[in-house]
Every structure is written in structure tokens, then in C-alpha cells.
Design a protein around this ligand. Sequence first.
Ligand code: PGA
Length: 242
Amino acid sequence: MPQTVIAGNWKMYKTQSEAKLFINQFLQTLGDQQLGDRQILLCVPYTDLAILQTFSHNSPVAIGAQNVHWAECGAYTGEISAPMLVELGIKYVIIGHSERRQFFGETDHTVNLRLRAAQKFGITPILCVGESKPQRDAGETEAFIFSQLEQGLRGVDQGNLIIAYEPIWAIGTGDTCPASEANRVIGLIRQQLDNPNITIQYGGSVKPDNIDEIMAQPAINGVLVGGASLDPHSFARIVAYS
Ligand code: PGA
């Protein structure tokens, strides 16, 4: 059975002091609820990693990064390497988010390099894939995602990987992909993989009022949550889905 992973993606939100306030309120709201084997994860800006590692210690929350460079070190101004994350105890990293692809020139090739670099240092990457609205309207959803998978996953260990299906048109728009459609696409993604037990998440306008329906879908093993992960009460409701 794939593990259930409920992850927040803070994007470029929250300073260290805001992050500290969040984690205290979030853990307080969670209290001692029994969440079974659900993994709770917060993928945050680099500057928040250390403080969140400290304040989430001995809690059910793991902390992840939002990107990683493929080199171990080098003349790459502005980049962060896997060994730098490992030293902070980071075990997860988002790779190939559509915002990285759209605004920062990320390609399937660089996504592939980053995936392999993360795995080499024992970090579990979350590979993001998903189609744009024009691609969906043109009936190219499946072909586009399969191509992202084929190129992105070359030489990648499918034993240490999470995939997030994030239709671009559903990200930050409030326009959630119908749960049954997300379930369908995720089922197709799974058929493309060598390892059928990979955790595959849905992402795109996940909120407290649609989480239960999304998590009721048989093919969906978790969610990647942007906006609704910024509020401790809303994220606590999401991780406690029924
Ligand atoms: P959203 O973002 O939940 O705000 O739509 C999801 C994401 O970009 O991972």
C-alpha cells in the first residue's frame, strides 16, 4: 500500500518568525489526534527549514524543501545542494513544480537531474506533473503527462519517490479538478510506473471543504496543498480528513 502523504507547499510565504508561530499553532490544533500512518509534511522556503526542524522535533510533522540543485557544490550562485539539506535533516524536496517550470526555466531534463541528486543523498523527491488548460482543452493531458514522466524519471529510483499530479489550471485558482477526474488521471500515471506502490498525490486548490472527497478516491494517496497550508487551522483540518 502506498503511504498517505499530506503535504503543504508554502511557496514564497512566511518569514522565520511567521513559520515559528504557524508550527506552534498547528501542533496545538492537532493536539493528540491519532492520524494513523499519515505522513504530514511542510515544504517551506529555505530560510524556514532550520527553525521548523527545531520546532517540529518529536512531532508527526516532517519538513521538506521546494527545490534542490543537482551538483553537490560549485559555482552556482543562489542555489542550494542536497548535502546542505541533508545536514539540516531534510528528508523531502519538491521538484519540478509548475511554477518552477513556468517562471524559472525548469525543464524535464533539469527536473531529472534534480530528482537523481536528491535520491543520491537519501532525500525523497516529490515530482510534480500536470497539464495546462490549453493542453487539457486540446485533449493532450495524458500525452503531456506521460512525456513529463518518461523524461523526468530516466534513471530515477522508483523505490524512493512521490509524484504529485497538479493540473496547472487548478493551482491557486479555486478551480479544483473534480475528484473523480483526478482519480482517473492518477490511475493512468500509476500505470506508467514500474513501481505501483508509489505515493501519488493530487494538488490544486485543495481546501478543508474538498479534502474528504479527494481522499475518498481510491487512487489518490495524499495531497500537495498550497494556499490552504498557510493557515494552521485550515491545514490541521486537511490533515485530519475523514
Ligand atoms: P494551491 O497550490 O493549493 O494554492 O492551488 C497547490 C500547489 O501549487 O502545490
